[in-house]
Design a protein around this ligand. Sequence first.
Ligand code: NAI
Ligand code: MG
Length: 352
Amino acid sequence: MKEYKIAAVHGDGIGSEIIPPGLRVLNQVAKKFNFGLEVKEFDWGAGYYKKHGDFMPEDGLDILSRYDAIYFGAVGLPDVDDTLPAMMYTFKVRVHFKQYINLRPVKLLPGIDSPLCNKGMDDIDFVIIRENNEGEFVQNGKIIHPDEPHGLATDTSVFTRKGIEQVAHYAFKLARKRKKRVTNVTKSNTLINTLAYWDKVIGEVAEQYSDVEYNQMYVDNASASFVLRPEVFDVVLTTNMIGDILSDLGGSIMGSLGLGPSGNINPEKDYPSMFEPIHGSAPDIAGKNLANPIGTIWSGALMLEHLGEVEAANAIVDGIKKTTASGLKTKDLGGDAKTDQVTDQIIKNIDS
Ligand code: NAI
Ligand code: MG
């Protein structure tokens, strides 16, 4: 029997309300599809920082490197400096483990009304591939003389040929398995150095995939198009910051941020990849059993797919679809079901 070692990092806020349901579902499909899961749970995050002065122990990355994958909630608390979570946990893990792909499916589920109510499940079905290791988020800058009249601040984006090429190849290969269309979302008309270079390198990669339709769209147009004509998208290839912003918009057109899954993927599998919902720690609803667990449970399916358990992954997605189709919804979707009820129903549907 195959056995996978999973590090489950709850994080903060609703993290400890969504990761346990996700683990229940994963254990269920492990039993059904006959593979083993050895899970260790970690209480790292902003809460841990308040007690220990860091988001994870000093050897945290070493610890994580011993696992096949990382299953992650979200980090951040209202009373902790919100510039720390990305620096001390999220980007640290993503960059250290060369998880240079951030994959975020945007797909309308049965029974969920998108705010775009004249669009159906065939219209809203695309994947955002966000460059996940460089770009606008490298935290390469300085704040100088912050309290002086001549105070100034910089953040300089970094784009490398290698970084752009590797994310582009991933996107084009993925498109070959889908509807064979890549849309490069950019803003190279104003960021005339970094994003013009991004476009140039992606254009070169595109030539190697003549069977895939390739086009470019500026991010302002893309955000309008997510809402007005989502059916034009298949694989959306974009930069770290643009992808971050567009994927919240993607989650919204699915009906709720609580539905969106994601994978921080190291395609070579040299390092563990990390799977997390697209939303944050939602402190406004934490501790109330109100969190929608679907984004986290679906992220578990992406994790199993990455590990090679495709059948089990599909069973989870089917279990989710049957659940939404039955009308059972948490509050964010206008229903009154609790986190537990939705999880129980998904597990029941996987079994039936
Ligand atoms: P958020 O995504 O936590 O919440 C935005 C809104 O969506 C809130 O009204 C929340 O209640 C709702 N929401 C989110 N997830 C939900 C779910 N599963 N079910 C139902 N409703 C849900 O974003 P916000 O408020 O901007 O950030 C809160 C904290 O999370 C901050 O500290 C931020 O830094 C952190 N954060 C962490 C991320 C990560 O660890 N990857 C990603 C995004 C934010
Ligand atoms: Mg985000």
